[in-house]
Design a protein around this ligand. Structure first.
Ligand code: WTA
Length: 632
């Protein structure tokens, strides 16, 4: 984490208060009352929520906390898919739509809870048949199609640990994630469809598994009909071929509360990405609770989260949370600006979406396009709108509230992380909202802004965002690297240090300012400077590279790289294009630098560490701060 920083907040008194019916009708009721009830009896609070779900065996204790390790719902047995599927089929939601999928050109697919359960069961049986067992790792690298969600749930059904890799990653990034996890099976599709074009995924995957000896099978969902991609050798299996003849019932694996459910790689500030491990019971309870209470989801709501299941937002708030609640989830592969920037609003009108959850980068893009796009459509079905991924700046808040929320819908700006698994800070529905502020801790969570020693900072003063007590959906470790897990709890004594900078208002509302470390959030995607730098350095012309984030009005940040060339290489446009292509192929399109500058020297400490802070200050024309450790 970087050194202390100086922020003095000049507070505005602007508040947006939703109509009283929002609070009156909400699951939560009054925020303060609910929060105090949680504080008075934290275990009792979570116990009551957990009882709303189905368990194979109940818990002996709600939690066991041995800093920094927690166990939740100790000794309970469960299967999360029994709660996401069977619970609804058994009860009154058998014919309710679970997933409503729309592709480009109007293709639509509908899965009721009953149908989803049988598809998941058949695929799970297929996985079992090829030898996948509880605890095995399965890598899922797929576009946003129902099969992606079916694959995830099928893994959970049989206790296999899924590791979903976003389909925008390139060969090296995917290969690293497969090898790190020692995945036994990789599940993919031949193509993804973006903006009317087929983008091949299969070649990336086939290349990624070449030196990944753990992989025993590659399962391919074949979308292209004419001609279909060939299935090669015994090693490759067709997605639907695997399901053929499989029974549509599959006994869920009995999972201990603390058995891993999935892992998900996220960028670290140094070195390789971190495999964040989530377990079964706590994650289920945490995502169930927040989906129900933060989005205030009601039985007949149609809910749309625009994330990709390849990120934590998709895991928690497309798949596990909403299905545990029994919601109708709308999913689309469509991008926000194709065929035109009105497409999302058109979908809201057509599908009568009630709860909509997206990212600031999308909101700012729409803001740039102008209000005439949303104005063409009837958005009155919307009741609650949400935001996640990076700070929702006040201008974007105001636009979102007016142009989309029609000055009526509450905005839930939710702060959380891959590591936290669930929403941690937001302004609960019905409470007054403050543009620029995410809000307060969700009942069940204790959050604060602290200094380096862990002391609460006074209102108006900047500090580090910290969580002061364990919560059910917290990650339990970093895969095969527990030291990195402990670091989160040991950087600031006694608390979980999120790695974000923040400031509290007079009323305790928290404003998140951005990352405190070398992670750059580009269009809501976390990119580690270290990963981009090593991708650049793996090019034969590059000797050294340093990467920084620069503020960008739409994407939040853009990536700028400073590159020192090896002797014998000349800077120029051609080389620049080569480097960009190289990063695209290794890490993927989401990590491509927007700007490359060729330099002769990089600012370093005497111990040889690149001082990105100095580069950034220079780039932005700001004071570099303390440079006493800077080498000559
Ligand atoms: C940032 C995404 C401000 C933050 C769920 C965090 C936010 C990182 C917000 C985690 C928000 C996420 N306001 N910043 N509402 N939501 N962030 O792991 O820097 O992909 O640490 O999880 O995104 O990103 P991740």
């Amino acid at each position: 984490m970087t050194e202390d920083f100086d922020v003095k907040l000049v507070e505005s008194d602007v508040r947006y208060t939703p109509g009283p019916e929002y609070k009156a009708d909400s699951w939560l009721g009054d925020y303060e009352t609910a929060y105090q009830a949680f504080l008075a009896d934290p275990d009792g609070f979570w116990d009551r929520i957990a009882r709303e779900l189905d368990w194979i065996r109940p818990w002996d204790a709600v939690k066991e906390w041995k800093y920094p390790y927690a166990r939740w719902f100790v000794n309970a047995k469960l299967n999360i898919t029994a709660n996401c599927l069977d619970r609804h089929v058994k009860n009154h939601r058998r014919n309710k739509v679970a997933l409503l999928w729309q592709g480009e050109e109007g293709a639509e697919r509908i899965y009721t809870y009953q149908k989803l359960l049988s598809e998941v069961s058949r695929f799970a049986n297929g996985l079992r048949k090829i030898g996948v067992k509880k605890g095995d790792r399965v890598c899922i690298y797929m576009p946003m199609v129902p099969e992606q969600i079916i694959a995830m749930l099928a893994c959970a059904r049989i206790g296999a640990i899924h590791s979903v890799v976003f389909a925008g990653f390139g060969v090296t990034a995917l290969n690293l994630r497969i090898r790190e996890a020692e995945a036994k099976v990789v599940i993919t599709a031949d193509i993804s469809i973006r903006r009317g074009k087929a983008i091949p995924l299969i070649t990336t995957v086939q290349e990624s598994i070449l030196n990944a000896p753990s992989v025993e099978h590659l399962i391919i969902y074949r979308r292209r009909k004419e001609p279909p991609v060939e299935i090669r050798a015994d090693f490759e299996k067709d997605f639907y071929g695997l399901m053929e003849g499989m029974p549509s019932e599959c006994k869920p694996e009995v999972m201990d509360a603390e058995d891993p459910l999935f892992m998900l790689y996220t960028s670290g500030s140094t070195g390789t990405p971190k495999g964040i491990v989530h377990t079964s019971a706590g994650y289920m309870v945490g995502t169930y609770y927040t989906t129900k209470f933060v989005f205030d989801l009601k039985e007949n709501d149609i809910y749309w989260c625009t994330a990709d299941p390849g990120w934590i937002t998709g895991h928690s708030y497309i798949v596990y949370g909403p299905l545990a609640v029994g919601a109708t989830v709308f999913v689309t592969e469509m991008t926000p600006d194709y065929p035109d920037p009105g497409i999302w609003w058109k979908l809201i009108e057509e599908q009568k979406i009630n709860v909509f959850y997206t990212a600031p980068t999308a909101i700012r893009m729409f803001m740039k396009m102008g209000e005439e796009w949303p104005d063409r459509y009837d958005l009155h079905s919307l009741r609650i709108i949400g935001s996640v991924g990076e700070p929702l700046n006040p201008e974007a808040f105001v636009w979102y509230h007016h142009a989309i929320g029609k000055d009526r819908c509450p905005i839930v700006d939710t702060w959380w992380q891959t590591e936290t698994g669930m929403h941690m800070i937001t302004t609960m529905v019905g409470e007054p909202m403050r543009p620029g502020f995410a809000g307060k801790a969700v009942p069940g969570v204790i959050a604060d802004v602290v200094d380096k020693e862990g002391n609460s900072v006074p209102p108006g003063t900047g500090g580090f965002l910290a969580i002061k007590a364990p919560w059910p959906a917290m990650f339990r470790t970093v895969y095969k690297n527990d030291e990195r897990y402990r670091k989160y709890w040991e950087t600031i004594d006694g608390v979980y240090a999120a790695g974000d900078l923040a400031v509290k208002g007079r009323d305790g509302y928290i404003m998140v300012l951005g990352r405190a470390d070398d992670i750059i959030i580009v269009a809501g995607h976390n990119i580690g400077t270290a990963e981009v730098e090593s991708a650049l350095v793996s090019h034969s012309a590059v000797a050294e590279a340093a990467v920084i984030g620069k503020p960008d009005p739409v994407k939040g940040n853009s990536i700028k790289a400073f590159v020192i060339l090896r002797v014998g290489n000349k800077p120029g446009d051609k080389l620049m294009q080569d480097l960009i292509y190289h990063v695209r192929m290794t890490l993927g399109p989401i990590a491509v630098p927007h700007e490359i500058e060729f330099v002769d020297k990089l600012p370093k400490t005497r111990s040889g560490k690149i001082m990105r802070r100095v580069l950034k200050a220079k780039e932005l024309g700001m004071d570099p701060g303390d440079i006493s450790t800077l080498e000559e």
